[in-house]
Design a protein around this ligand. Structure first.
Ligand SMILES: *Cc1c(COP(=O)(O)O)cnc(C)c1O
Length: 345
């Protein structure tokens, strides 16, 4: 039996490497001595660039990954007796090993119904209001993902509507933006319009899946909530001592529209991949391809055939086979995948 090399191209948007611009920014930062733990000039500039990007005086912190960004920010919004409302398919619920509950010392996640990965506003309100007695953990935060775990995006009015429900009942709003830039590029709005202007209090802004090395930014639009957040980061082992290597990347990605180039690229190739798959018999695309994810229902013959040819992808998320595109995906990758799929259809 011949063995073919395993191809991780579409398995996730974090199987790719670091994009050249971020790598170059790190290389340029790699000279001489600088103050550590974020006291350096590049970090100050990077935070200032975030404030310009979002057109507001936000507080910005850099951590190493999305699980930390989500769970530390949710822990900040909640007391241990509080609860967080999130979708039943959210990453905080399904893929963080209980970290939000752990870092908040026990805040419970309450799962709301979702449709195409997006929270159902009526079910959110039902969850907030159906118990008000002290035997039930009191809802204090609403968490939504942009883009969603199923590759769809919330329009600004949908975010505003959810935030209004949350605010009406005294909840803070957290946005899991592991793929924030894919959503932003797809929607063509300003960064402000889909965050603080819509009512979001804190955004976990994804760097890794965009093409950066080991970083996500936690952006507090509500500055009061950011109080002492640096202590949380430090205690959780999420304060980088050589912060300048992270900050240099953010400066490059945000300051020079590099984010848009890579996010748009991933989105475009995902839609190309979806179009190609759609043209094959018995293949269905399960959700709107708003960003850089394609969820396909593939006949077993194609699924098995693709795996035989080495293609790696997951079929346990969202009820279909998930294919992710990133800054690194090429047209040739998409064509090769489609040709192999066609060979087994
Ligand atoms: C990838 C991802 C994260 C972050 O995961 P880490 O592996 O902890 O960096 C968070 N939310 C969503 C929706 C994701 O897809």
């Amino acid at each position: 039996m011949s063995t073919v090399p395993v191809k991780y191209h579409f398995a996730s948007d974090n199987t790719s490497g670091v994009c050249p611009e971020a790598w170059q920014a790190m290389a340029e930062a790699n000279a001489g001595y600088q103050p550590s733990y974020g006291a350096d000039a590049l970090t100050q500039q990077a935070c200032e660039t975030f404030r310009q990007f979002f057109e507001t005086d936000c507080e910005v912190f850099f951590v190493f990954n999305g699980t930390a960004a989500n769970s530390l920010s949710l822990a900040t919004l909640c007391q241990s007796y509080n609860s967080v409302i999130c979708s039943d398919v959210s990453h905080v619920e399904t893929d963080e090993c209980g970290a939000p509950e752990f870092f908040s010392n026990g805040s419970k996640l309450l799962l709301a119904k979702s449709s195409l990965g997006k929270l159902d506003p009526a079910d959110v309100e039902r969850l907030i209001t159906h118990r008000t007695d002290l035997h039930y953990p009191r809802p204090r935060a609403l968490s939504l993902s942009q883009s969603t775990e199923l590759g769809t995006t919330y329009r600004p009015d949908e975010i505003t509507a959810l935030c209004q429900i949350a605010k009406k009942h005294g909840l803070h709003v957290h946005m899991d933006g592991a793929r924030f830039f894919n959503a932003l590029a797809a929607l063509g709005t300003t960064p402000a319009e889909i965050t603080w202007k819509a009512g979001v209090d804190v955004l976990c802004c994804g760097g890794t899946k965009l093409g950066m090395a080991v970083t996500e930014a936690v952006v507090f639009f509500n500055r009061d909530l950011a109080r002492d957040f640096e202590y949380r980061c430090k205690q959780a082992g999420q304060l980088c001592s050589k912060m300048r290597f992270i900050s240099a990347q953010w400066l490059q990605m945000l300051g020079n529209e590099t984010w848009r180039k890579h996010a748009t690229h991933g989105n475009t190739l995902a839609s190309k991949l979806a179009d190609g798959l759609r043209s094959l018999p018995d293949v269905d695309i399960l959700y709107p391809v708003d960003a850089n994810a394609v969820f396909a229902s593939l006949p077993d013959s194609i699924k098995v055939g693709l795996k035989e040819r080495g293609w790696m992808f997951y079929s346990f998320i969202g009820g279909g086979s998930r294919l992710m595109c990133s800054w690194a995906t090429t047209e040739a990758d998409v064509e090769a995948f489609l040709a192999d799929a066609a060979a087994y259809s």
